[in-house]
Structure formats: C-alpha cells, structure tokens
Design a protein around this ligand. Structure first.
Ligand code: FAD
Length: 469
C-alpha cells in the first residue's frame, strides 16, 4: 500500500529523513502538500515565495516520474480523504515546532494511529531536536552561549543523499493546481519586482551555498555586519522552506573550517542561532506572540498600527537613512540585512515606542525568509522583552551605526533614491514595488526625521524607568 509523504517546510529531495523512510518502505510514495490554515494564514510575501518553491519542487518530482499532489482544507480531513482515495497505509512527515503546527500534528497523529495508519514524524528541519540540548539540570537554555557549547558537544550527523527514484502509485489521486491556489495573490506590484531578486529551489540554494563557501565564508566574520555588502550566505529563505537542510549548510561550513577558512566558525555559530530560536519556541511557545517576560505587559507601547509614525516606518520614510534603507530593502527584495533588522526593530520599539508585535507582523507580511522562531526571537531581543535580550536602555543610534557599518554610504545609496541625481535600479525598484496609493515618487524630498533621535531615546528611557518605579 502507498505511503503519503506529507510535505510542509521540507521542499527538497536531499537530506530528507521522512522521504528516505517513505522510500525504504518499498511501496509507492505519494508526495502531498496541503493548503491548510497554516498556509492561508501566512503573510503576503512568504505565501508568494512558497508558491515559487512548490512550483520548482513539483518539477523536481516530475523529473523522477513522481508528482506533487496539492489539496486544500484542514490537514486531518485532507489526509483522511487521501487515505480513502489511495488505500495508503502510512503517512510520514518532517516535524515542525511552532505551537500551531504542534497542536495540528499531535491531533493528526492520534487520529491516524487510532485508525491503524502508520503515522511517523521525522527530524529534518533542525540540526538538534529542541529537547535534545539540555542543561546540566535537565532543563532548557535561555542564554545563547551555554546553549551553543552544549549543542556543539552533541555533534551533527552527516547529511543524507537524495534517493535516485521515487516509486509512483498505479494511479495518482486528483490534485488541485498552483494556478488555482494563486499563492501570490496578495503581492501585486511588489511580486513583479520581487521576482527579480528571488531564485527559488533546492538547486539554486546549493549553488548559492557553494558560491558563499568559495567566495564569502573566508571574509564572513569581517563582512557579515556590513549591510551594503553581499557578505552573508543568503540561506535564510531556503532554510525556511526546507529547500536546503541545516545539515547541508553545517557540513559545508564545517568542511570550510577544516580547510582553514576564517569566518567558518562564525557561520556555524549563526546556524546555531536559528537552532536556539527553535529551542526557545519549543520550550516557551508564548514567545511567538506574547512578551517572553510578562513584566513587559505593562509597558506603555503604542499598539496602534495605523499611527503615522508606524506608517512612516513601514514605508521607509522615517527620515533616518539606516532605517529607511533597510525597510525599503525588505520591501523590494523580501530580505533585510541582519544589522538592518536589528536597527529597524530597535528604532520601532524604542525611538517610536511601538509594540514589537506591530513590527513582527509587518515583517511576517514582507519577508520571504519569514520564520516563526527566528522572527519572534529577533523582535523580542530587540524590544528587550525576550530571553537573552538586549537591555532596553541599550538604544542603538542609527546614525553612528550606519557610519560604523557602512562607512562608504553604499547601503543608503542603494536604497534611497531621493536626493540622488542618478539613483541605482535598486532604489528605483522600490517605487515600482510599492502600492500606488502610497503616493510616493523618487523625485520627492527626503523626509525630515519623524522623531528627533535624542528626544526619542529620552522618551523611551523615561518610560522604561517609569515602568520600573
Ligand atoms: P547568514 O549571516 O549567512 O547566517 C546563516 C544562517 O544562520 C541564516 O540563514 C539563519 O538561518 C541563521 N541566522 C543568522 N543570524 C540569525 C539570527 N540572528 N537569528 C536566527 N538565525 C540566524 N531570520 C529568519 O530566517 N527569518 C526571520 O523571519 C527573521 N526575522 C528577524 C527579525 C529580527 C528583528 C531580527 C533582529 C532578526 C531576524 N532574523 C530572521 C535573523 C537574521 O536576520 C537572518 O536569519 C539573516 O539576516 C538571514 O540572512 P543570511 O541567510 O544571509 O544569514
């Protein structure tokens, strides 16, 4: 009898334990992707990017004589229908760790098992299962450095090769189509521009990783903080959708490290920051939508997402070049440099004293590498409300930060057209991507700061002290 391979954020053939286990059963394998509420609940850009990933992956499967079956509805219902239609006796999938997915998957597993179906979840999204890294007392880590030390001790098993064939069933079940799904519906103008900045699929991920190992990893430590330089791996969106596995990245980084590449160890450490985010999300799931430290619940955040300061932040028109360059980079490319993320998050939560949830939601709409764990950890770190967070009184100054990390002014020039005689294409693309109703043009004057930096900082610190008194 066939096995249903229920695909989620694991759109690859290589290093895919659930897929290998499905093949090892010896019977036909039916790959399925379900458009359930986890998918329809995604923001615009992640949903659009998922559509590209599914398209490439369906072609990859077709080249092996297999198919990607697409169905919509609650997972439990869809799987029951498919079991009835195909006579499948097993369902295998790769584990997910956000609270919503855990609730869904636990329920699905219980129901399937009660029906005598061989329901199996496998590792594959992480290097370390969140429960595998334990403190001496058997608990979980709230601080990165000891987590990193403990995780390294465990070691990482080698990545597994892709299967050479995927046995097809005699008859395929009915499938919906990606055209019907129109996962990019929310994107409109932005999607057209974004398409030029995104190369989906496992082969593209591997090529980009190879290029980074060959040309970038040596200088990674020096360049990873420079937002105007293409000095990082660019793996985040591929990892978010599972077009590449973290073990594939880890192995490539480790080989480079043994080969003497400077910067390789820093790269491995960054990969483990992603693991740490998942560790935190698993052990304290409220990190995704509530202050990790409840004492922040009384902080006088602005919670109005329509406030003009928030709109200026979203539109990259705060009058602070580092903030505006980063917000526009995200709108155009679906990604934002890590230093930019730290700066815009600090600026929103401190200078504009706005709740991190508002920023998190905007990121969830705009980032093609949106990831529930890294995004929540990043925001709570910046806001000061999270574990291992930057203390609230450490307010980044976006002017001195830009001077330090972008001394040649490459970043602002790349993204801010206003005031430039010949703006580069990147800066102009922003005006093509944004909705017409924003009414912006590259000929506008660059806006004056919405808040004077020293005053904004002062206001935040006073609110913080008030909260503590
Ligand atoms: P590289 O520098 O090449 O790093 C390699 C990999 O390590 C990354 O792909 C990523 O998987 C991991 N990594 C690196 N830095 C971090 C970090 N700080 N936290 C967790 N993992 C990390 N990352 C996302 O993938 N999705 C998000 O939605 C996301 N939201 C963020 C929000 C805020 C406010 C902040 C401060 C950070 C956020 N990050 C997020 C983390 C980080 O900015 C990105 O992972 C990184 O910029 C991706 O670029 P890269 O792949 O070239 O990274």
């Amino acid at each position: 009898a066939p096995v249903l391979l229920w695909l989620r954020r694991d759109l690859r053939l290589a290093d895919h334990p659930a897929l290998l286990a499905a093949v090892a059963r010896g019977g036909p394998v039916i790959p399925v992707f379900i458009r359930d509420e986890q998918v329809t609940g995604l923001g615009c850009a992640p949903q659009w990017r998922l559509g590209l990933a599914l398209d490439v992956f369906a072609q990859t499967l077709a080249a092996l004589g297999s198919r990607l079956i697409l169905r919509s509805g609650p997972a439990k219902q869809v799987l029951a229908d498919l079991i009835r239609d195909t006579g499948a006796s097993a369902v295998y999938w790769t584990r997910a760790y956000d609270p919503q997915a855990i609730a869904r998957d636990t329920d699905v597993k219980t129901v399937l098992k009660a029906q005598g179906i061989d329901a199996q979840s496998h590792a594959g999204h992480l290097l370390f299962e969140p429960w595998a890294v334990k403190t001496g007392a058997g608990g979980f880590y709230k601080v990165f450095t000891p987590y990193w030390k403990a995780a390294r001790q465990l070691g990482v098993s080698p990545a597994q090769a892709a299967p050479t064939q995927l046995p097809a069933p005699d008859q395929w079940p009915v499938s919906e189509t990606l055209q019907d799904w129109n996962l990019g519906a929310g994107m409109r103008r932005g999607g057209v521009v974004l398409r030029g900045y995104v190369t989906p699929g496992a082969a593209a991920a591997q090529a980009r990783l190879d290029r980074f190992i060959a040309d970038g990893i040596d200088r990674y430590q020096d360049r990873r903080d420079m937002p105007g330089v293409d000095g990082t791996s660019g793996m985040s969106a591929y990892l978010a959708l599972g077009e590449i596995s973290p073990r594939q990245c880890w192995q490539a980084g480790q080989r480079a490290m043994f080969g003497g590449a400077q910067g390789a160890e820093t790269f491995l450490k960054e990969l483990v920051w992603r693991e740490f985010a998942y560790h935190l999300m698993f052990h304290t799931p409220h990190i995704v939508d509530r202050n990790w430290k409840p004492e922040w619940d009384t902080f006088p955040w602005n919670t109005d997402a329509t406030h003009p300061d928030v709109v200026a932040w979203q539109q990259g028109r705060t009058g602070v070049p580092f903030v505006d360059a980063a917000m526009r980079e995200m709108y155009v490319t679906g990604r934002m440099h890590n230093r930019g993320r730290m700066i815009v998050a600090s600026y929103l939560t401190k200078h504009l004293m706005t709740h991190w949830r508002i920023g998190q939601q905007w990121f969830a709409d705009c980032l093609t590498d949106w990831d529930p764990a890294s995004n929540a950890m990043g925001w709570q770190w910046a806001a000061g409300s999270g574990p291992d967070a930057a203390p609230y009184f450490r307010v980044f100054n976006p002017v001195t930060q830009l001077a330090k990390f972008d001394p040649k002014g490459l970043y602002a020039r790349a993204w801010i057209a206003e005031g430039q005689a010949n703006p580069p294409q990147t800066a102009l693309d922003y005006f093509t991507a944004i909705p017409k109703r924003w009414g912006l043009s590259p000929q506008d004057r660059y806006p004056a700061p919405v808040v004077e930096l020293a005053a904004g900082r002062q206001r935040a610190l006073e609110a913080y002290q008030g909260r503590n008194s």
